[in-house]
Write a protein that binds this ligand. Structure first.
Ligand code: C2O
Ligand code: CU
Length: 578
């Protein structure tokens, strides 16, 4: 069983146990003896089963089990100790079992709330608040159900509840360390030489044709995607961004391109958003060849979804053969690009540059020819071998370059089962193909560093964020949401290792700006294929990734989930050079 499915199984069992105790309590209050006993025995069995799932999660990593071991286990144990003996003496008025069973149910609910609303890392405050809730709910039920509750006990319960509540709240609101991302001055234009490639991108609202219908969009130069920007290694790019009428502002972020910090296009961090009527000129030298993309980083969730994106391709030399980019996007619920058929003569080399500009993973399948994955996220792979009938899963923001020599027969590229580019009609069902495991594809090389100067762990989860004006159910990193996640501090020259743990129930496509990370391992299994230098990778539920990078590009860099609604809902932090 994968850790991801263990997390789900444990949650389901916890819900069942809690529902069983609460249902048993309600049935006893209603004097429905058989139902009450049945539900309580079910709850007891589920609680015992949880001992297994919690142990397994703790073995997968403390991050997955911390609050379950420290809060849920003691609360469940208390529930079993109080309610269990009632089941051993089933004679007498079943109504007397109601409060003990309800207590076990409240204990289960309290622990569940800690998992669902608070997550990792566990805090004493959250544990005490749960205890206060359990004691209060039990005391209230007791008064409601029992005509003669013992005075001493009700007083004791009140004292415990109030004490737990006060301590818990105190601990929960205690000021945490949340240093702001200061305005460092990395903005000065670095001397990059005279521009050799100039582009102008004008952002504005537009109506575009997609899937045969008109859709309202935000577009660069009135087209979605925006113009394809191409350059040759060594070119100096000057890209003028103008904003015609996007009220919330725009910027250009060069996704995967490790530009100097001042050109990175993150509003509030590396520049101010470009408002209607304003402009900003980005300048950088194209030193890295490969497939990249650009997009607005101002209200990026809405902006990118509405169409403010395009492709950036840097070629090592003039193109030989056929070189096609396929940026996939969903606009107004319809899929882009519009399918295209382009006959290619047999023997001609073809490169398909696949770009996923959506917020979720897409599955790409190339039918009709063996192919190799020549590059991922712009970096060439080492010794890629030919693949047949194999799909590739590209994370949000990620790019794969597929290469092949055109055969005499037609070839087609499918995205999630839909043909988007072909050289002729192909009818192949690609749905059952296995997908490529990039961590073991190609030929390995030694990790270029012998030591790591800094280590970080990012635990991805969900939780209640009470710090803003309105409480929100945020996507969190180490229990905090943007802007309260402490930045990762590094010094120039450091070799940094960081671990990303996903204890949530959804995929988080991780994206660090300004650097490419080398994948060291996933879920304890070292990467054995070609070195993978990624800027976007899917951290699935239960995954633990270990990656490393060289801190060689000073500045303040966003480090976030590229499911952009998640990034906007808290899952953004910063890497900061000190
Ligand atoms: Cu493609 Cu911070 O983004
Ligand atoms: Cu996410």
């Amino acid at each position: 069983m994968t850790t991801g499915s263990l997390v789900v199984a444990d949650l389901v069992i916890a819900v069942l146990a809690t529902a069983g105790w609460l249902g048993g309590g309600a049935a006893s209050a209603a004097r429905r003896r058989r139902l009450a006993l049945g539900l309580a025995v079910g709850a007891l069995l589920a609680t015992v089963a949880r001992a297994v799932t919690i142990t397994a999660l703790a073995r997968a990593g403390w991050w997955f089990a911390a609050e379950k071991v420290l809060v849920a286990a003691p609360l469940s144990l208390a529930g079993v100790l109080v309610a269990g003996p009632r089941l051993l003496r089933p004679r007498g008025d079943i109504r007397s079992a109601a409060v003990p069973l309800l207590f076990a149910g409240y204990a289960g609910s309290g622990a569940l709330l800690v998992t669902v609303l608070h997550g990792y890392p566990v805090s004493a405050g959250a544990g005490l608040l749960a205890v206060a809730g359990v004691v209060t709910a039990t005391a209230v039920s007791w008064r409601a159900l029992d005509a003669r509750p013992s005075r001493g006990l009700s007083r004791a319960a009140l004292v415990v509840a109030v004490a737990a509540l006060l301590t818990g709240t105190g601990l929960a609101v205690a000021p945490g360390a949340a240093p702001a991302v200061h305005d460092h001055d990395y903005r000065e234009a670095r001397a990059v030489g005279e521009p050799t490639r100039r582009f102008t991108l004008t952002a504005g609202t537009a109506t575009v044709r997609v899937g045969g219908r008109d859709a309202a969009a935000w577009a660069f130069n009135a087209q979605v995607p925006g113009p394809e920007l191409t350059a040759t290694v060594g070119d100096v790019l000057a890209v003028t961004l103008r904003n015609r009428d996007i009220g919330r502002g725009v910027t250009l972020h060069w996704h995967g391109y490790d530009v100097p910090n001042g050109q990175d296009g993150v509003p509030g961090v590396t520049q101010a958003a470009v408002l209607p009527g304003q402009e900003f000129v980005y300048r950088f030298r194209a030193d890295q060849a490969g497939t990249y993309w650009y997009h607005t980083h101002a209200v990026s969730d809405v902006g990118v979804r509405m169409g403010l994106y395009g492709v950036l391709v840097v070629r090592p030399a003039p193109v030989t053969g056929v070189d096609v980019t396929v940026p996939v996007h969903t606009l107004a619920g319809r899929a882009l690009p519009t399918p295209r058929t382009e006959p290619v003569e047999a023997g001609v080399p073809v490169r398909l540059r696949l770009v996923n500009t959506d917020s979720t993973t897409h599955r790409y399948a190339l039918a009709g020819t063996p192919f190799r994955v020549a590059a991922i996220d712009g970096s060439d792979l080492r010794g890629p071998t030919p693949l047949v009938d194999t799909a590739v899963l590209i994370p949000a923001g990620g790019r794969y370059d597929l290469v092949f020599t055109a055969p005499a027969t037609p070839v087609a590229l499918f995205v999630d089962g839909r043909a988007v580019w072909s050289t002729g009609a192909v009818s192949t069902a690609t749905g059952g193909w296995p997908s490529l495991e990039p961590l073991s594809y190609g030929v390995a090389a030694a990790v270029p560093w012998a030591r790591f100067d800094k280590e970080f762990t990012l635990v991805l989860d969900r939780g209640l964020d009470l710090r803003g004006l309105l409480p929100r159910y945020a996507h969190t990193v180490n229990g905090a949401a943007d802007p309260d996640i402490p930045p990762q501090l590094v010094r120039r020259g450091d070799v940094v290792r960081f671990r990303i743990v996903n204890r949530s129930l959804v995929v988080h496509p991780w994206h660090l700006h300004g650097h490419h990370v080398l994948v060291l391992s996933r879920n304890g299994a070292p990467a054995t294929g070609s070195p993978l230098w990624l800027d976007s990778f899917d951290v699935r539920p239960g995954d633990v990734w270990e990656v490393a990078f060289a801190a060689d590009n000073p500045g303040v860099w966003a480090n976030h989930c590229h499911n952009l609604p998640h990034a906007d809902a808290g899952m953004t932090l910063h890497l900061m050079y000190g």
